[in-house]
Design a protein around this ligand. Structure first.
Ligand code: SF4
Length: 291
């Protein structure tokens, strides 16, 4: 397949330079995430879930670009779920995907009516909607020999989820770059896990992807997630590097310094005690001093 990775917006020489830098950065970060988590292997059939938003467009574009020089051979199929929301522009994605020559499939499933019928007026519809959507995508994956399901979540989505769970869920968990589905039949991957939302948005803008708005369902966006997003954006402005540090922490977990007995065997610490290697004068070995 020819490389059609070209910016569509007219760009000055300077902007073209910046665009190329941005694309290189995204390619590098996606490549690193794929390698770190062994997301894609030889012979994989990767289904890229394309909602029509900036994130999934960017994911598809960067994966297609990486595929051209990848050390392994894998297939990509773009899959969109037409949820039958009023006003969904059903011709936009098929036209775009045909133009870039990528195999694709549109699943048509009226989850919109189900959600409207089942969820009482005024309550958030996203929970049920997401479950129905996941079911439709998993079904397609099972029926079509898909080995990896790629989603467009980026670093900021992962951080927002982390703080949502921390502040409201009472658990220390985020959104993993690679996940085994609950029924253990599917591997979900998030190749944009290391990419900042700001970069993804800018890339999507410069590439001029045909974006489909995500407000067609008429649902309120998740307000708590929005609060997390604003908090993180504020931190990012006031404390440059803080979000990188937090994301780095997600990759550097010390279960022995948390308090979950199911991931660290505090009860049997005594069995690990080694009095011989303890230097009381220097304090070396005194873990209690560690921050
Ligand atoms: S915003 Fe609308 S389409 Fe998106 S998950 Fe919520 S209900 Fe579904």
């Amino acid at each position: 397949m020819p490389d059609k990775q070209e910016a569509v917006l007219p760009l000055s020489e300077r902007q073209r330079f910046e665009f190329n830098k941005l694309k290189k950065r995204l390619r590098r970060l996606v490549g690193e995430a794929i390698a770190d988590y062994r997301m894609i292997e030889d012979g994989d059939k990767v289904m890229v879930c394309l909602s029509g938003g900036k994130d999934s467009h960017t994911l598809l574009d960067i994966l297609l670009s990486l595929k051209l020089n990848a050390p392994v051979s894998f297939d990509i199929v773009a899959v969109n779920l037409d949820q039958k929301q009023p006003g969904f522009p059903e011709d936009v994605l098929p036209r775009y995907l045909t133009s870039i020559g990528v195999p694709f499939h549109i699943i048509e499933q009226d989850t919109y009516s189900v959600v409207k019928r089942v969820v009482p007026e005024g309550q958030t519809t996203c929970g049920l909607c997401s479950r129905l959507r996941r079911g439709a995508l998993y079904r397609y994956a099972s029926d079509n020999g898909i080995t990896k399901i790629a989603l467009g979540h980026h670093r900021d989505d992962i951080l927002e989820t982390f703080f949502l769970n921390l502040f409201h869920g009472g658990s220390l968990k985020a959104m993993p770059p690679k996940l085994l589905s609950d029924n253990r039949r599917h591997i979900v991957i998030r190749p944009l896990a290391y990419c900042k939302e700001r970069d993804v948005s800018e890339y999507a803008r410069l590439r001029d992807f045909p974006i489909i708005p995500c407000t067609l369902c008429g649902s309120q966006p998740n307000l708590q997630r929005q609060v997390m997003k604003e908090m993180l954006q504020e931190w990012s402005k006031r404390f440059p590097g803080r979000l990188d540090a937090i994301f780095g922490a997600l990759k550097n977990v010390a279960p022995s310094h948390l308090a979950d007995t199911s991931v660290f065997d505090f009860a049997n610490l005594e069995s690990l005690r080694d009095t011989a290697g303890f230097d009381e004068d220097s304090g070396q070995g005194l873990d209690i001093l560690a921050m």
